[in-house]
Write a protein that binds this ligand. Structure first.
Ligand code: SF4
Length: 458
C-alpha cells in the first residue's frame, strides 16, 4: 500500500485505512513509513493493523508520502524483525521498502550481499531487495530500480518510499496484483488490491503493468516500462480462487463474478444428488451461490464463522491452525439435520480444516456430506508468494483423491478441473497454475525454504 498525498496530515491515516482493507493478505505484522521531503519515519510491529496502529502511534507519522504493509511470511519467519516496511539510510537519502511476493533466488542474492560485507538484520528477502537498491548506481530511485530488477527472479510487487516520492513496481511476470488510482482530494495511491483503492475513494484505477515502474509525486504520476513483460505473463490464478477479496478486480475481472462462475463450472463438472448447498464461509460463498444456481439445489447457510478470527490457512504454524478450526465455525443444525449436503470449499492445502468441518456438519445431523472444491488438487508448493508449505505438507501431494476422501470422512469428494477453472477466469493463458500442475513459469531450482535464513539470527 502506498500514497502520495498533498495533505501531509492525512497521509498516515489514509494508509491505515488502506491497510485495514488489505488485512486479509497478512495478519502477522503491520507497518507504515512516511516521508516529508527530507526525512522518513517508521512504525511497525507484530499483530493486526488495528492493534499495531492506535491514534497515538499514527500521530507522529506526518509526511506527504507513505508506504504500508501487512505481513504474511513466505521467506523468513513471522518474527517481529521481519515486519515491513524496511527503512534504511542510504547515500541517496532514506529508503523504505514493502514487498508482496517472493524471490526464488533470494538465497543467492543474500550470500552475495554477505560476501560484499553487508550486514543483515532480518531473514526475509525484502531486506535483500532494500540493500541491493541502496548500493545500486543511478541518478534516481527509478534508475536504480531499473538497473537492479534484472537480478531479481520471482514475484515482486513492491512499493518504495524515498524522501520525496513513492515508487511502485511489478515483476515482469505479473505474479501478484498491484494497482494505482487517483485519490478524491488529490494525490494518488497504490495497493495490492483494488478493494483498498475503492475504500479510499480512488478513481481512474488501473493495474501497474508487469515490468512497469510508476512514480507518485502528489498530483503527478509518471511511468516507465523498465522490463519487457515476460511472454503472456504469469498471474496467480489462486488470487481468484482464494486470496483476493471478492470486491477486488484482478486482470480486469471481478473476483466475486469469477468465484460465482467457478461454482457454476463445478456444478456442471462435479454434480451431486443433494438437498442443500452450503459454503465454507467466507471465501466460498460466491462459488456456492453459483453451484446452487446452476444445479437447482437450494443454497443455505450451514456453517457460521466467527468473523473475529483470522484466516486459518494464513496462520504461520500447524499447531495454531488446528486449534483455530474448532474456534472458527459452528454448524447450523436447523439447516442441516436429515439433509444431503453439498459443501463448497475454495481449496484443500494442508487438509487440516476439511476433516473437522465434515465432522461438525455430520454432528449437526446431515445424512450425507459431499465436498466440492473450486480448484484442482494443490500438489506442488508455491515459490511466488503464497505460503502453501513444502511437498510433505501438501495433502494432495501425499494422497490420491479417494485416500483424501477417506481421510476427510466425506461421502464424495471432487475437484474442479484446470480447464474449467480457467474457463471461469475467462483466460486460456497468461496465468501461473504451478501449484496445480507443477509447471513453474520460471526456473525455481533449489528454492530456499521459508525458514532457511534463520540459522544465525535466533
Ligand atoms: S504456484 Fe499457485 S499460488 Fe503460487 S503464484 Fe502460481 S498459481 Fe499462485
Amino acid at each position: 500500500m502506498a500514497l502520495s498525498c498533498p495533505d501531509g496530515e492525512q497521509t498516515a491515516q489514509l494508509t491505515f485505512f488502506g491497510l485495514f482493507a488489505l488485512q486479509h493478505r497478512g495478519q502477522e505484522a503491520a507497518g507504515i513509513a512516511v516521508a516529508d521531503g527530507k526525512r522518513a519515519r517508521l512504525y511497525k510491529d507484530a499483530g493486526l493493523v488495528t492493534r499495531v496502529f492506535t491514534p497515538k502511534r499514527l500521530a507522529p507519522l506526518v509526511g506527504y508520502h507513505a508506504i504500508g504493509h501487512t505481513r504474511y511470511s513466505t521467506t523468513g519467519s513471522s518474527a517481529a524483525r521481519n515486519a515491513q516496511p524496511f527503512l534504511v539510510e542510504t547515500m541517496h537519502g532514506p529508503l523504505a521498502l514493502a514487498h508482496n511476493g517472493n524471490l526464488v533466488n533470494a538465497a543467492e542474492l543474500r550470500t552475495e550481499l554477505l560476501g560484499r560485507g553487508f550486514g543483515l538484520t532480518a531473514t526475509s528477502d525484502t531486506e535483500v531487495l532494500a540493500l541491493m537498491l541502496a548500493a545500486a548506481s543511478g541518478r534516481s530511485w527509478e534508475d536504480r530500480l531499473e538497473r537492479t530488477m534484472p537480478a531479481w527472479k520471482g514475484a515482486y510487487s513492491l512499493v518504495l518510499l524515498g524522501a520525496d516520492r513513492v515508487v511502485a513496481v511489478r515483476d515482469p511476470w505479473g505474479f501478484r496484483p498491484l494497482s494505482v488510482g487517483r485519490l478524491p482530494d488529490g494525490g494518488h495511491a497504490v495497493a495490492s488490491e483494488t478493494c483498498a483503492l475503492r475504500t479510499l475513494g480512488c478513481t481512474e484505477v488501473r493495474e501497474v503493468a508487469p515490468g512497469e515502474i510508476v512514480t507518485l509525486h502528489g498530483h503527478e504520476v509518471t511511468s516507465r516500462q523498465a522490463l519487457t513483460p515476460a511472454g503472456r505473463g504469469a498471474r496467480c490464478s489462486f488470487e481468484f480462487v482464494y486470496f483476493s477479496r471478492p470486491d477486488s478486480e484482478w486482470d480486469g475481472s471481478s473476483v466475486h463474478a469469477v468465484r460465482q462462475r467457478l461454482g457454476e463450472e463445478l456444478a456442471r463438472e462435479c454434480p451431486a444428488v443433494a438437498d442443500v448447498v452450503i459454503p465454507v464461509p467466507d471465501s466460498s460463498i460466491p462459488a456456492a451461490i453459483g453451484y446452487a444456481r446452476e444445479s437447482g439445489i437450494a443454497f443455505n447457510d450451514g456453517l457460521i464463522k466467527n468473523r473475529y478470527i483470522g484466516r486459518t490457512f494464513i496462520e504461520p504454524t500447524q499447531h495454531l491452525r488446528e486449534r483455530r478450526v474448532a474456534m472458527k465455525f459452528n454448524a447450523l443444525s436447523a439447516n442441516l439435520a436429515g439433509k444431503r449436503v453439498v459443501v463448497i470449499d475454495d481449496s484443500l492445502v494442508r487438509g487440516t480444516t476439511a476433516g473437522p468441518l465434515v465432522t461438525l456438519i455430520r454432528e449437526a445431523g446431515a445424512s450425507e456430506v459431499h465436498l466440492r472444491i473450486t480448484c484442482p488438487p494443490i500438489a506442488h508448493p508455491c515459490h511466488m508468494g503464497v505460503d502453501m508449505g513444502t511437498y510433505d505438507e501438501l495433502i494432495a501431494h501425499r494422497l490420491s483423491i479417494e485416500e483424501l476422501r477417506v481421510h476427510i470422512g466425506c461421502d464424495s469428494l471432487a475437484f474442479l478441473s484446470l480447464d474449467a477453472m480457467m474457463r471461469a477466469i475467462g483466460r486460456a493463458d497468461g496465468y501461473c497454475n504451478a501449484c496445480f500442475t507443477g509447471h513453474y513459469p520460471i526456473e525455481v531450482g533449489d528454492v530456499a525454504e521459508k525458514g532457511a535464513f534463520e540459522g544465525v539470527l535466533a
